[in-house]
Design a protein around this ligand. Structure first.
Ligand SMILES: NC(=O)C1=CN([C@@H]2O[C@H](COP(=O)(O)OP(=O)(O)OC[C@H]3O[C@@H](n4cnc5c(N)ncnc54)[C@H](OP(=O)(O)O)[C@@H]3O)[C@@H](O)[C@H]2O)C=CC1
Ligand SMILES: O=C(CO)[C@H](O)[C@H](O)COP(=O)(O)O
Length: 513
């Protein structure tokens, strides 16, 4: 159905979209490219006009494939029954408000509302229960930013299987696609010519909450991946005295190998960009205060709550927090001493860059290992059955962390569905064994040079802790028992048996508690 923008048709649209911001507008156009009739609503009528205009322009047509609607009631009336409505609005209260307004607008109990925002996973669990008598609340977390939403995002759907049966074909259609033979993304950025073949980067994750949890961890990994790349940049910039464009060239080279990823690719683009106003490298005029919307923070909090070690992800969050203390850092630089060292000589440069490439790769393996370990812990806690090979597969294209490396992760979980940690998969264990000396040399160099690399260092400590059969937690347990009678288990007795030393008694007797 074509629409000139004036009429509000009845019962003909396949799907409605509420919220025509960065993501919603592009998801709607993506749906239209796949042949769905889309009714679009936003609080701001200008955004509704804008999507109609953009659609006409992209298609060189007189009329738009988008059906504009100006009230939620009109939106519901425009849709076939049972209806499917996709929300692309800020997470939190707005989602509850719009759900309430949809009830008032006459939504039916068998209509499906899909929240596509970065909602907190526990909110999604609560919403399904809260709205159970009103409609089917479903979610699909989306990754891929503006371009992903337009031409193929990675989707992490969750909710009732009944709703998934209905919305699955639509979500699979608009998702990014991967060549099943190579595992590589099949890309397009041409409006009206969507990729139809290939494996879709959309797979049912599980009950409500599971999809948003997986997306949250995706973002936590995204934070770590970005921070690790930034640390590699900083080491080259400070310790090797390289220019942004020289570093961009290194990233482009790395992008041909194991580090091949969207984030490396865009980092090179950013570093090569000149500021149109000053002609300086753009990176030098971007203020070094990192923003964040919260999903990485939620991941770190969840890791702490589930007792799942995800220090590299947490360090990436802290690195953003520390970056925000710009004024304090400027003052601290004037008074706090760093090491008195020369930058690395030009003759050493290539060796150090090779070591850095391997350090980044090993650290990245650890960040992903932490993310998957966290999802495993959460799945056990929540009773979800998460298919990790499938999750790695749907991250191969469309999303921000898309990378060649995800195929290796998927293979690892295919080899062993119960794999406790990616680090012990034979492929990854061998990769780290091969490259660990370079990783250690890089971390040592950064310490000697006084270049902060919190994520890389924490990843190495994670690796060294994880491979250590006896950690100093034995001394820690002794300390706890000393000051608080917190008891300890013994290596030579069943783990369930608790012991205490009567520390105040000079003879320090051992008691079985
Ligand atoms: N941007 C990104 O890269 C990604 C974003 N996301 C998530 O997707 C969601 C949308 O993000 P994004 O498109 O970037 O955000 P935008 O701010 O660009 O767009 C949000 C849209 O929602 C509309 N809106 C807000 N409140 C309401 C309401 N109560 N009723 C109806 N419409 C409302 C806004 O309307 P108006 O401004 O006209 O008032 C706006 O059009 C968020 O949850 C975000 O976290 C997920 C993945 C990637
Ligand atoms: O979900 C996303 C991509 O996957 C968003 O881009 C995300 O919001 C970015 O997070 P932040 O603003 O905290 O850096």
């Amino acid at each position: 159905m074509q629409n000139s923008g004036g009429s509000e048709p009845k019962n003909s649209c396949d799907i409605g979209v509420i919220g025509l911001g960065v993501m919603g507008k592009n998801l709607a156009l993506n749906l239209a490219d796949h042949g769905y009739q889309v009714a679009c609503f936003d609080l701001d009528a200008k955004r509704i006009d804008a999507i109609v205009a953009q659609d006409k322009k992209e298609n060189g047509a007189e009329s738009s494939r988008i059906v504009p609607v100006h009230t939620l009631k009109a939106l519901r009336s425009a849709l076939v029954s049972p209806a499917v409505i996709l929300l692309s609005i800020p997470a939190g209260k707005p989602v509850d408000q719009v759900c309430e307004q949809l009830i008032e607008a006459g939504i039916n109990t068998d209509d499906v509302i899909i929240d596509t925002g970065n909602s907190l996973w526990s909110d999604s669990v609560a919403r399904e229960q809260r709205f159970a008598d009103n409609f089917l609340f479903f979610t699909t977390a989306v990754s891929g930013g503006e371009v992903g939403a337009r031409f193929g995002p990675s989707l992490m759907p969750s909710g009732s299987e009944q709703a998934w049966e209905r919305v699955g074909p639509m979500l699979k259609a608009i998702a990014a696609k991967v060549d099943p033979d190579t595992g590589k993304p099949i890309e397009t950025t041409t409006p009206g010519q969507p990729v139809k073949d290939g494996e879709p980067c959309a797979a049912y994750i599980g009950p409500n909450g599971a999809g948003h949890y997986v997306k949250m961890v995706h973002n936590g990994i995204e934070y770590a991946d970005m921070q690790l790349i930034c640390e590699a940049y900083q080491i080259m910039r400070v310790a090797l005295a390289m220019s942004p464009s020289e570093i961009a060239a290194v990233f482009r080279r790395w992008n041909q190998g194991a580090l091949d990823s969207y984030l490396i690719e865009i980092s090179a683009e950013v570093l090569d960009q000149t500021d149109p106003e000053t002609q300086a490298p753009l990176v030098d005029v971007i203020l070094d205060k990192a923003g964040m919307k919260g999903t990485g923070l939620w991941t770190a909090v969840s890791a702490l709550q589930t007792g799942s070690p995800a220090q590299t992800i947490a360090q990436a969050v802290f690195a953003r927090s520390l970056s925000a203390l710009k004024d304090e850092r400027v003052e601290a630089e004037k008074v706090l001493a760093g090491p008195a060292v020369e930058t690395v000589s030009e003759t050493q440069r290539e060796t150090v860059i090779k070591q850095l490439e391997h350090a980044l790769y090993c650290s990245k393996i650890c960040a992903y290992a932490q993310g998957f370990q966290l999802m495993k812990a959460a799945a056990a806690e929540q009773g979800w059955t998460l298919h990790f090979a499938e999750i790695a597969k749907i991250w191969r294209a469309g999303c921000i962390i898309r990378a060649v490396f995800l195929q290796s992760i998927s293979n690892a979980f295919d080899r062993d569905i119960e794999l406790p940690n990616l680090l012990v998969d034979p492929f990854f264990a061998e990769q780290i064994a091969t490259h660990q000396q370079d990783w250690r040399a890089t971390v040592a160099l950064s310490a000697v040079q006084g270049v902060a690399c919190p994520a890389m260092m924490s990843a190495l400590s994670y690796y060294d802790s994880y491979r250590t059969a006896v950690l100093p937690a034995n001394l820690l347990q002794g300390q706890r028992d000393f000051f608080g009678a917190h008891t300890f288990s013994r290596t030579d007795k069943p783990a369930g048996e608790k012991y205490h030393i009567e520390w105040s008694d000079p003879s320090r007797p051992l008691q079985l508690i």
